[in-house]
Design a protein around this ligand. Structure first.
Ligand code: SAM
Length: 280
C-alpha cells in the first residue's frame, strides 16, 4: 500500500491478510484444484488471489475499491487465469458473470474470500439466494459470526442465521485466525467457515422457504421471550389466531413456553407448514 500511496479504507472493511501459511490453509480448506472455477469477493491487494490462481483452473475477483485495481493488475500480472472486475458483490449478477467470464462455466464453482465484515450476512444471504449451485463457500468472517453460523441447537449462539444457513448448507468451522494476522489489525478475531450443499436432504420440505425464514425471525425477535410471546407478532390481539397458533404448537408437541433456541430446523419447518395451512 505504501508503494502505491494507499491507506486501508475502514468503510470497505479492508483488513489485509499477511500470513502466507493462513492463505495456504484457506485454499486447502476449500479443497481447490485445477478443475475449479473460483470467485473471490474483495481480492484487496491480491495475496489470497495469488494462492488461488496457483491452485485453481480460473479465478474471478470482484473488487469494489477502484484504487486497488492498479495494485491487483501488477501483483497478478504473472497469472493468465485471473480476471479482476470492478464490482460491488451485493449488486453483481453472479450467475450471469459465471457464464460470461469463465471458459468452462459448467465446471465446479467455489467462493473463497476474506469477507469485508460489515456486510458478511448480506453477502452470505445473497450467495444462498442466488440460483448458482455452489460446490463450496469458504469464507473468513468475524469469529462471533462463525460461531453463530455453526452453532448447535440449545446454545446461546444458535439463532436465525444458523437456521437460514442450515436450510441449504452444511456449515463447518475450519480454523480460527488471530486478529494479529491482519494489517491493519481488526478489533476482533476471525475464523474460516466452509459451507457445502447439504448431504442429507431436509427431513421435511418447507412449503415456502422464505416464509419459514420469516417465521424463524419472528420467533427469535426477542430471545428472552418464550415462543408463545414471540408468536404474538403473528396473531396480534386476535383471539382466534392466538388459539390457532397454540393448537399448531400443541399438535407438534412443542411447549409454548420453550425458548426459540430449543427448536430444531425441522420443528420450525413443520410449524411454518401448519401455520400456512391455517392461513397464518
Ligand atoms: N482478500 C484480501 C485479503 O485477504 O487480504 C482483502 C480482504 S478485506 C477483509 C475485504 C476486501 O473486500 C477489500 O479489498 C474491500 O475493498 C473489498 N470489498 C468491500 N466491500 C465490497 C463489496 N461490496 N464488493 C466487492 N468487494 C468489496
Amino acid at each position: 500500500m505504501h508503494k502505491y500511496g494507499l491507506h486501508a479504507k475502514k468503510g470497505f472493511g479492508q483488513n489485509f491478510l499477511t500470513d502466507q501459511s493462513i492463505l495456504r490453509n484457506i485454499v486447502k480448506a476449500a479443497e481447490i484444484d485445477q478443475n475449479d472455477n473460483v470467485i473471490e469477493i474483495g481480492p484487496g491487494l491480491g495475496a489470497l488471489t495469488e494462492q488461488l490462481a496457483q491452485a485453481a483452473g480460473q479465478v474471478m475477483g470482484l473488487e469494489i475499491d477502484d484504487d486497488l485495481l492498479p495494485v491487483l493488475k501488477d501483483v497478478l500480472s504473472p497469472y493468465d487465469n485471473v480476471k479482476i472486475l470492478h464490482q460491488d458483490v451485493l449488486k453483481a449478477d453472479l450467475a450471469a458473470l459465471i457464464q460470461q467470464e469463465f471458459d468452462r462455466p459448467q465446471a465446479p464453482i467455489k467462493v473463497v474470500a476474506n469477507l469485508p465484515y460489515y456486510i458478511t450476512s448480506p453477502i452470505l444471504m445473497g450467495l444462498l439466494k442466488s440460483p448458482v449451485q455452489w460446490d463450496c463457500i469458504c469464507v473468513m468472517m468475524q469469529r462471533e459470526v462463525a460461531d453463530r453460523l455453526t452453532a448447535k441447537v440449545g446454545t446461546k449462539q444458535y439463532g436465525a442465521l444458523t437456521l437460514a444457513i442450515e436450510m441449504t448448507m452444511d456449515a463447518h468451522l475450519a480454523f480460527g485466525v488471530s486478529r494479529h494476522s491482519f494489517v491493519p489489525e481488526p478489533q476482533v478475531d476471525s475464523a474460516i467457515v466452509t459451507l457445502h450443499r447439504r448431504k442429507q436432504p431436509l427431513a421435511v420440505q418447507p412449503f415456502d422457504k422464505d416464509r419459514i425464514l420469516s417465521l424463524i425471525k419472528i420467533c427469535f425477535a426477542h430471545r428472552r421471550k418464550n415462543l408463545a410471546n414471540n408468536l404474538k407478532a403473528l396473531s396480534g390481539k386476535d383471539a382466534d389466531k392466538k388459539a390457532a397458533i397454540l393448537a399448531v404448537l400443541d399438535k407438534l408437541k412443542i411447549d409454548s413456553r420453550e425458548r426459540p433456541e430449543q427448536l430444531t430446523l425441522e420443528q420450525f419447518i413443520r410449524m411454518g407448514n401448519l401455520l400456512h395451512d391455517e392461513n397464518l
